[in-house]
Design a protein around this ligand. Structure first.
Ligand SMILES: NC(=O)c1ccc[n+]([C@@H]2O[C@H](COP(=O)([O-])OP(=O)(O)OC[C@H]3O[C@@H](n4cnc5c(N)ncnc54)[C@H](OP(=O)(O)O)[C@@H]3O)[C@@H](O)[C@H]2O)c1
Length: 212
């Protein structure tokens, strides 16, 4: 696919495969990886995402312009920070103690989980988005790009160019991107906030209050 950023998805579970399908449908080139050898994804690819390429995490990072983190947050330290230098990274992970327990460094409610991920992947351009939409809704509620009103998906990040490229991806997979400011505002789309797992449009007051 010409002129479209190449997408790499780390994590091939519910969210990762749904995003892979949506991105492929939108014409993106998609690579996907889990924690094991690429062959472990043979069945997943055959059944769910035949047009994706399974590869290693190192190769995926190398070949991708936008890398989506879709793994349990408590696994993030298995990622090698240096490999992500200058890459656009979508942090779609959630800190969710009921399922994965407390994670050191993530317990302060004043600091967004994606700010911690940015500190860890210190030379990447981290954008927080897609974390607050259920994987099945990403497929069921996607609308053609020509539809006037679509479900909105909020984006928070400190790098404007990275955010613009991620906004294009959100648009292409059938949603309206809405920029809610810097990465620290990502805490307003985390679990237990009014924008988490809720359907809203770009003019909804619950999101408009973060748009400047
Ligand atoms: N499910 C949703 O609707 C949804 C929506 C928005 C955001 N999220 C967030 O997305 C993340 C993933 O959720 P999920 O529901 O998709 O989980 P899931 O279905 O359990 O899938 C997790 C995937 O991550 C892979 N993985 C685990 N540890 C890894 C590591 N260290 N390196 C590379 N791959 C690893 C797993 O493969 P192996 O263990 O086999 O390697 C598996 O493919 C979570 O942070 C969640 O909060 C989920």
């Amino acid at each position: 696919v010409v002129n479209k950023p190449r997408i790499g998805i780390i994590g091939a579970g519910r969210l990762g495969t749904a995003l892979a399908r949506g991105s492929i449908k939108a014409g993106y080139n998609v690579a996907i990886a889990n924690s094991r050898e690429p062959e472990s994804l043979n069945l997943t690819l055959r059944v769910l995402i035949p047009e994706a390429k399974a590869t290693t995490i190192a190769d995926l990072i190398d070949r991708s312009d936008i890398i989506i983190l879709a793994i349990p947050l408590n696994q993030h330290k298995t990622l090698e920070p240096g490999a992500f230098t200058d890459k656009i990274v979508i942090d779609a992970m959630n800190y969710w103690p009921p399922t994965e327990g407390k994670v050191e460094g993530f317990t302060d409610p004043e600091v967004g989980s994606s700010e911690r991920i940015q500190q860890y992947l210190n030379n990447a351009k981290v954008v927080k988005t897609l974390n607050h939409v259920a994987y099945n809704e990403l497929e069921e509620q996607a609308l053609p790009t020509t539809s006037p009103t679509k479900r909105a998906i909020a984006i928070a990040g400190d790098d404007e160019d990275a955010k613009a490229k991620v906004a294009d991806l959100i648009r292409a997979i059938g949603f309206d991107p809405v920029d809610i400011g810097g990465l620290s505002n990502g805490r307003f789309i985390q679990p237990d906030t009014e924008l988490f797992n809720t359907r809203y449009s770009v003019d909804d007051p619950r999101v408009v209050k973060y748009v400047h």
